[in-house]
Design a protein around this ligand. Structure first.
Ligand SMILES: [Zn+2]
Length: 64
């Protein structure tokens, strides 16, 4: 158990959106349609801030 690497993204592809509950690829998590924009990625002609314009949010499954 040596977790020396903390923070810092390898290629900058990371980054959580406000609507994300877990990091993409996290075991036990999955993508759900963003409830804020309904999956369109846009709200009132502006990028949805919940999902970052992706239309999906990553949420934990079976979590509390
Ligand atoms: Zn959204």
């Amino acid at each position: 158990m040596a977790n020396s690497a903390r923070g810092g993204t390898p290629t900058g592809t990371g980054g959580l959106n406000p609507g994300d509950d877990a990091k993409p690829g996290t075991p036990g998590s999955g993508e759900n349609t963003c409830p804020a924009c309904g999956g369109s990625g846009r709200v009132e002609n502006a990028p949805c801030q919940e999902c970052g314009g992706t239309g999906v949010v990553t949420e934990g499954i079976g979590g509390g």
